[in-house]
Design a protein around this ligand. Sequence first.
Ligand SMILES: NC(=O)c1ccc[n+]([C@@H]2O[C@H](COP(=O)([O-])OP(=O)(O)OC[C@H]3O[C@@H](n4cnc5c(N)ncnc54)[C@H](OP(=O)(O)O)[C@@H]3O)[C@@H](O)[C@H]2O)c1
Length: 305
Amino acid sequence: MTTLLTGGTGFVGKNLIRRLRGVTVVSRTPEAARQRLHHEGLSDHLDRVIRWDSGLNAEDFEKVSPVDSVINLMGESIAEGRWTAAKKAKIRSSRVDGTKSLVTSLIQSGNLPRVFISASAIGFYGDTGESIIEEDAPAGRGFLPEVCQEWESATAPLEELGVRIIHLRIGIVLGRNGGALKKLVPLFRTGLGGPLGNGKQWMAWIHVLDLVSMIQWLIEQPVSGAVNATAPNPVRNLEFTKALGQAVSRPAFLPAPQFAVKLALGEFANSLFDSSRIIPGVALSHGFQFQFADIQSAIQNAITK
Ligand SMILES: NC(=O)c1ccc[n+]([C@@H]2O[C@H](COP(=O)([O-])OP(=O)(O)OC[C@H]3O[C@@H](n4cnc5c(N)ncnc54)[C@H](OP(=O)(O)O)[C@@H]3O)[C@@H](O)[C@H]2O)c1
């Protein structure tokens, strides 16, 4: 029985592979993926790497031994590059069409998994101000909430066939060698970090090691539907900034005004000013234990070599 993983060469995917055995990775560039994962010392964790080319090749897919679980993490990066019309189309189609195609291939091959865990994001909720948000909150408005809704809906055909589906609404992932901190730490080390705007917006974050523990835990837990993958203690942007400044021993005072960030980053900048006071209601009520529940310990661990 294998775990089928898309997005296995990414930041979260590599951390997950480290915890698993017999993983089949689906990649757009299988040879490069094999080399990259070998370089990371992950070869022993792999069963095989198969090609993803806007759809799974049905024959390749039938060769994959029975699939126990599918972890679907693929998606065009949201934080890299300006959101031109073409970039937004890629952000959407890599997730929505990609997931639809994966679901169709699974159904056509008759190789149905026991559980399908699909990435989504806290962007589902949009800007929710001071409200405390659990999984039953409605979707927000705008580009990211729409993409997240379509991304989640793409798994419906599998759900109808009785496969247990989880939509993991992931917060800002903190960890070594990837995600938000990879960009922020050098900025803060040079003293250029600072709060975004007035810094009052809430940030829902999770340490990557807790995220991969949660994925492993969800493979076995009888949980389905939306699951917020965020730490139990979201923080205001000011508090996040202070914790990161302290961790790199560089106090961070210089606020970055919204218009300047928008000028530099384009439309993506708006999401940095959205407030997300999100709580992992489902994980907590089912007894999931976080290793990093407070922002100081998470950042400290993530920046320690
Ligand atoms: N990191 C975060 O803070 C965060 C927060 C919320 C949600 N998420 C979601 O969690 C998932 C994993 O995040 P991550 O940080 O590990 O992402 P990542 O490092 O950017 O990796 C994503 C993987 O998806 C594949 N991919 C990239 N562009 C693609 C495209 N245009 N079409 C199809 N596949 C493509 C790539 O694999 P190959 O090149 O091997 O095909 C890549 O390794 C993503 O879906 C992301 O949206 C992440």
